[in-house]
Design a protein around this ligand. Sequence first.
Ligand SMILES: [Zn+2]
Length: 208
Amino acid sequence: MIHEILPVGMLQCNCSILGDETSREAIVVDPGADIQRIQEVLKRHSLTVKQIVITHAHIDHIAGAAKLKALTGAPVLYNPKDLPLVKMMDLQAAWLGIPTPDVQAPDDTLEEGRVIGVTGLSGQILHTPGHTEGSVCLHIPDQNLLIAGDTLFAGSVGRVDLPGGDGPTLIRSIHTKLMTLPEETVVVPGHGPNTTIGEEKENNPFLQ
Ligand SMILES: [Zn+2]
């Protein structure tokens, strides 16, 4: 599998580009900004985007989705429980002091247990509410990989003080959905460096 992680935008959201070497089909997760750079990576690997997956509807993760869809024709998938955050996009833009991006309702939904993928590459959606109500993680068991959005970070967990956030719900999601994965699973958080489930189980101060 091809996997490139591109920190995009002013908040350096980790955008993952996941591609299959044989079919050259790809999934782009969280194209929050810098769509031109994302397209350059896709071109370098001769990849065609088939799905745009959004872990949650915070502006730094979703703002570039409509633009990437317009350029590639790929559908945008996210959990509709985050639609209240989409309705607040002007407020989210004001927090960052940037123009309000064009953000549409999802073309398809990401619910617990949903299997998504492209030719040669598939993963399962884990619904992990807490950072937002619609937050999801993408688990790719074949690759021992978890794309975690803002649910789990190296040594930390997602903030819960924004609209839709809830602390106890977040910790419950992490314990029941993520800490039950194999310890060697590599975690790609929504911001910052990678970690593993085993490392966080042992050392994350929020999970002790
Ligand atoms: Zn977030």
